[in-house]
Design a protein around this ligand. Structure first.
Ligand code: ATP
Ligand code: MG
Length: 399
């Protein structure tokens, strides 16, 4: 019976202290997503993580864990001693289980054994282990043939220092880095399709997220705000915990409309968002800002425009989607479960007060001139003072 699962992670670039922190975080994050599944134990084991299941259902555990950032792949495994006979018995069970899982008919029963020897003191080479175990599997049950090129079932045997692992599948997982290993960033979260995806990609690189949302009550509705909260909740289901700062942006927008040339209002509005976000970042020790911008996607996302918007902050502004096409962003949004929420038709603060002819290539000097009648500092501090913060924790684990 398979009562254990191995989780592999990319360890190549990890050294010393980093590695320790990576592993600690990974194991902690893994424990959290299966906390409600009784009987699961998770422990580090030289270069990988071993999950012991007791009575926990293997499918549930794997589908939860494969959505934990940092894990590259998972395999249900049998852990045996180093005696060949033990490996053979385990390999027989694994082959049988795979045949059942794949629904193989009698005619389709072909297999091969692949062996890997991590333990170089083991008396048999990898090739010898594979051929010994393979030979005994062939003899043990009729109805199976060996096919080294296109086997229906591959049985993997890994000979380690103190035990052997025998398994039939490698379930691919997300990779990336464990959330909490890369510091904390501020995600500018609109109700659109892009920014939640950008936030998810940032989570995948190990950051923790604070989301910052600008709303323009009463021009934008409570339902628009609910939608953003749903998106924050979805990101929290992936990342564990997301703080959402909602910024009251109405006064800023009203002042912009009153004091700035119409064709530059979008650019100025974005700069105000950046300034306010930077202030929130300072207060919350956020190391960078993340946006859902993608080069050339809309008028405000030309390089000229990004440059002018960027000029107001000294924080790094990360744009994980900069080179992505809309089609692939939408595909990812569907996968991560934000798409259906994002397409709900509620207005965003950017969609009110839309200028007739926005400048797609604003200059820095002209934008600074456009802001000269704006009391930037007062608007920023007032907006920051009226910001409300709400914390979202993982409610339903993904998977
Ligand atoms: P999205 O789908 O993320 O809304 P978009 O394609 O609609 O992006 P814009 O509306 O130009 O593009 O916004 C660019 C980026 O600015 C967004 O991805 C987001 O990071 C940020 N942003 C826009 N509106 C808001 C808002 N109301 N609150 C917080 N951030 C915002
Ligand atoms: Mg938008």
């Amino acid at each position: 019976m398979i009562r254990q699962v191995i989780a592999r992670y990319g360890e190549l670039s990890l050294k010393g202290k980093n590695r320790h922190q990576f592993e600690e975080r990974l194991v902690g994050n893994m424990r959290r997503v299966v906390a409600d599944v009784p009987g699961v134990r998770i422990a580090r084991q030289n270069g990988r993580v071993l999950i012991t299941l007791d009575d926990a259902p293997v499918d549930v555990v794997i589908s939860r864990l494969k959505n934990v950032f940092g894990i590259v792949s998972l395999s249900p495994v049998e852990v045996t001693g180093l005696a060949l006979e033990e490996m053979v018995q385990a390999a027989l069970r694994v082959r049988g289980e795979e045949a059942r899982r794949l629904g193989l008919s009698a005619a389709e029963r072909s297999f091969k054994v692949e062996a890997k020897r991590v333990n170089k003191r083991y008396p048999l080479t990898s090739m010898e282990v594979a051929s010994e175990v393979g030979g005994q599997l062939l003899a043990a049950e009729t109805g199976w043939t060996v096919d080294v090129h296109h086997p229906a079932v591959t049985v993997f045997v890994e000979v380690r220092d103190e035990e052997a692992l025998v398994y039939g599948v490698k379930v691919p997982a997300l990779g990336g880095l464990p959330v909490g290993t890369s510091g904390r960033v501020g995600l500018l979260l609109s109700g659109g399709i892009d920014s939640p995806v950008a936030g998810w990609l940032a989570l995948k690189r190990g950051v923790e997220l604070d989301a910052i949302h600008f709303h323009s009550f009463p021009f934008t509705s409570q339902r628009a705000l609910d939608k953003v909260e749903t998106l924050a909740q979805t990101l929290a289901n992936w990342g564990g915990r997301v703080r959402l700062h909602t910024v009251h942006f109405t006064d800023v927008q009203t002042e912009i409309r009153k004091h700035c040339p119409e064709n530059l209002t979008i650019t100025v509005m974005r700069r105000m968002m950046m300034r306010i976000s930077e202030r929130i970042a300072e207060q919350n020790a956020l190391l960078a800002l993340v946006t859902g911008e993608s080069l050339g996607q809309v008028a405000s996302q030309t390089l000229e425009s990004l440059r002018v918007i960027n000029a107001v902050t000294r924080l790094p502004v990360l744009r994980p989607l900069i080179a992505e096409d809309k089609v692939s962003i939408i595909r990812l949004a569907r996968q991560i479960g934000t798409y259906e929420t994002s397409i709900l038709p509620y207005e965003d603060c950017c969609t009110i007060f839309v200028p007739k002819q926005p400048r797609t290539k604003p200059g820095l000097a002209e934008t600074e001139r456009a802001e000269q009648d704006l009391d930037v500092e007062r608007l920023v501090s007032e907006a920051v003072a009226r910001t409300e913060t709400k914390v979202f924790s993982r409610r339903s684990p993904v998977g």
